[in-house]
Ligand binder design. Structure first.
Ligand code: PLP
Length: 370
């Protein structure tokens, strides 16, 4: 067996027979759409995170779209997003007619740079755009610096959103991801820290009115009567089968986050002399969606790791401002030099809660030998 980049089979074996039984219960009842486990999972995730409301939906991209719709984001609005992230962070708001405005990131934590955001807000106004929303990304699992970003968003009259597709399970000063911004969105894509066996996502928030609005928006804009659609919405639902899987995975999620942190600590201890290792901010707990090195000779290192049988991945090889669909979007006045550099230097190593010490040592030795 080769080394797995993410070992979902080890997790599945740990969860058997509970996961097969959970799936079996749904198959027997046949309530595939909005069945019993959907509400149960939402309540369990609310209890885990401390968020008052959890609204499940079809994927993490829809979760962002639903938040944009709930806040009336549209033409003439600027939505500030990092240039170094997965495309969905910007795409959701482009589809609503708003302008994604690209902000640079910090070189050591990979998340939104507050100084770049400040300058971007001033520039957006000069361009005649309304600062409507700031969407920070918990890239690779670490909560963004909401303590620095939220006051800037508030001063601009903008809503603060956490794109925690990669960040669920993280914490800041003991507060869990899901409670660190006005809205938190997340994804249950299989490779995410809390992943299901297909697509899934959720919005987390504390405001009861907004939660009700998002619930309606995710169900075709449903009103109180089933066939009275009081607004234009989406069809965005978490399948009952996926909710059943997620309930079982959530039971061991805290333990898996601890295991990921042990793996990350071993990498950092062994590799800080040979590469730039990721920095965890004081008071933060990362869910370690990825363990990402920064290396000047990245492509070379990746090729040599591959030859040594060690899988690795580049998240992300191009900042969003360099991608065809987003080339015309504004970027922060000082540019996004850090994002541009990171795109050429980042390399993510195998990371999952079931990475045993002997296998990790092989990975570490392969990196040290380069
Ligand atoms: C930062 C970020 N935002 C949004 C998404 C979108 O999530 P999904 O694939 O569930 O739509 C992802 C994951 O792919 C992501 O990594």
């Amino acid at each position: 067996m080769g080394i797995a980049f993410i070992d979902l089979q080890a997790q599945r074996l740990r969860l058997e027979p509970a996961i097969t039984e959970a799936i079996g219960r749904v198959l027997e009842r046949g309530d595939f759409i909005q069945g019993r486990e959907v509400g149960e999972f939402e309540a369990a995730l609310a209890a885990f995170t401390g968020a008052r409301h959890v609204l499940s939906c079809a994927n993490g991209t829809d979760a962002l779209t639903l938040v944009g719709m709930a806040e009336g984001v549209g033409v003439g609005d600027a939505v500030f997003v990092p240039s170094f992230t997965f495309v969905a962070t910007a795409e959701a708001f482009s589809l609503l007619g708003a302008t994604p405005y690209f902000v640079d990131v910090l070189p050591d934590t990979f998340d939104m740079d507050a100084a770049s955001l400040k300058a971007a807000i001033v520039d957006a106004r000069v361009r005649g755009l309304r600062p409507k929303m700031v969407v920070a990304v918990d890239l690779f699992g670490q909560p963004a610096d909401y303590a620095a970003l939220t006051p800037i968003a508030r001063d601009a009259g903008a809503v603060m959103v956490a794109d925690a597709a990669q960040g669920l399970g993280g914490e800041m000063n003991g507060k869990r991801v899901g409670t660190l911004a006005d809205y938190t969105t997340t994804s249950f894509f299989p490779a995410k820290p809390l992943g299901c066996y297909g697509d899934g996502g959720a919005v987390l928030c504390d405001d009861a009115d907004k939660a009700a609005l998002i619930k309606s928006l995710a169900q075709h804009g449903k009103g109180t009567e089933k066939y009275d659609n009081v607004r234009i919405g989406l069809n965005s639902r978490l399948d009952t089968l996926q909710a059943a899987v997620l309930i079982e995975k959530l039971r061991i999620f805290g333990d898996e986050i601890d295991a990921r942190n042990r793996v990350a600590a071993r990498y950092t201890e062994a590799l800080h002399d040979v590469a730039t290792v990721p920095v965890v901010r004081e008071g933060a707990l990362s869910s370690w969606a990825q363990y990402t090195l920064t290396l000047k000779n990245r492509d070379d290192v990746q090729a040599r790791l591959k030859a040594a049988g060690v899988p690795s991945a580049v998240y992300y090889p191009l900042p969003l401002n360099r991608q065809g669909g987003y080339r015309d979007c504004p970027v922060a006045p000082a540019g996004v030099a850090v994002s541009e550099r990171l795109a050429g230097e980042v390399l993510s190593l195998p990371m999952h809660p079931y990475l045993d010490a002997a296998t990790q040592d092989k990975i570490i030795e392969a990196v040290q030998a380069l």
